[in-house]
Ligand binder design. Structure first.
Ligand code: 2P0
Length: 319
């Protein structure tokens, strides 16, 4: 018997950057994301003799296999089920796109697990299970716009759909500037960031920024959405820079790209940036501006790769 689930990646417009509980992956703040159609992971689970993990048809080494099976072990314990499994994951996420595949990976894995063992869980519980694998995965259970409410324990920390089928002219351009493997994992980065003198201010702003973002979405206000997303991302990177010791995910090309987005705006081409735990930027814009933005970025950077994404769906099951 084999069970397969598909989950799409998401981009946080209000970011998760700080944990209250590392083991349960309980966040210190609520976050809000857009699920993306262009990037997804398919994961299948089947019975086998040994525990094996294949990523894009390649058997993975011990380190990668360990994180996956540690998670599977946690879920097996939770539900009182057992057995050796072979897991096949196919990432339709260009690794260089700077989009975390862990959001789609752990969402698809949680979905395949619950189907394989025929567990009766709704999407709220599935979101909690995905969260334990990787925080951002909690949001990838849902399509469109999703909110991960921080909650205060395992039961109350889950994502839900704000709008699964938004009727909004909003696109994301993933700009691949630098394909080097990132040096600081998200898990490490968000831990270190807590030493910033601005960390408390970052947390205090969460409720306000989240409600402003919800307003922007409900009122179909792209300008407001872009302004808040850009500010929120800059705040996250500011607490990294001001951590003790400070660090940054930015590379010289990241700053170059930020300036280009600001220049484009001054010229009336409305776009905003958001940046995750890596050097690449993602541009938020509207349909009429995509062609021009791509043209300008391609002329400014050598060999830049730009991938367009729009709203993606929630989790689905392929067999
Ligand atoms: C987010 N990021 O909200 C934030 C913004 C990156 C920057 O969630 O430690 O892989 O596995 O819970 O979910 C990426 O971190 O972290 C992330 P863990 P995760 O999307």
């Amino acid at each position: 018997m084999k069970k397969t689930a598909r989950a799409h990646t998401n981009i946080a417009l209000i970011k998760y950057w700080g944990k209250a509980d590392a083991k349960l992956r309980l966040p210190l703040m609520s976050s809000l994301s857009m699920t993306l159609d262009a990037f997804y992971t398919d994961t299948s689970i089947e019975e086998s003799e040994n525990m094996e993990f294949y990523l894009n048809d390649k058997k993975q080494d011990e380190v990668a296999t360990k994180r996956v099976f540690k998670y599977i072990d946690t879920l097996q314990h939770k539900f009182g089920v057992s057995g050796n499994l072979t897991i096949h994951s196919t990432n339709h996420v260009p690794t260089a796109a700077g989009l975390a595949s862990s959001s789609s990976a752990f969402a698809a894995l949680a979905g395949a697990f619950t189907r394989f063992y025929d567990l009766n869980v709704d999407n709220q519980e599935l979101s909690r299970l995905a969260r334990i694998g990787s925080g951002s995965a909690s949001r990838s259970i849902f399509g469109g716009f999703a909110i991960w409410q921080k909650g205060h324990d395992d039961e109350s920390s889950y994502a839900y759909a704000l709008d699964e089928h938004p009727n909004m002219d909003l696109y994301l351009l993933a700009v691949e500037l630098n394909s080097h493997k990132k040096k600081i994992s998200s898990t490490m980065g968000m831990k270190d960031a807590q030493s910033s003198p601005f960390f408390e201010s970052w947390l205090k702003r969460n409720d306000f920024e989240l409600s402003e973002m919800i307003d922007a979405i409900k009122n179909n206000n792209f300008t407001k959405l872009g302004e808040i997303a850009e500010l929120n991302a800059s705040e996250m990177h500011a607490i990294n820079l001001t951590a003790q010791p400070g660090f940054t995910y930015f590379e010289p090309d990241t700053i170059h790209a930020i300036k280009l987005v600001e220049d484009l705006r001054k010229r009336g081409i409305e776009c905003y940036y958001t940046i995750d735990a890596g050097p690449n930027i993602k541009i938020l814009t509207q349909l009429r501006n995509i062609k021009e933005i791509k043209k300008i970025f391609e002329s400014e950077f050598n060999n830049v790769n730009i991938i367009k994404a729009s709203f993606g769906p929630g989790i689905s099951y392929l067999d």
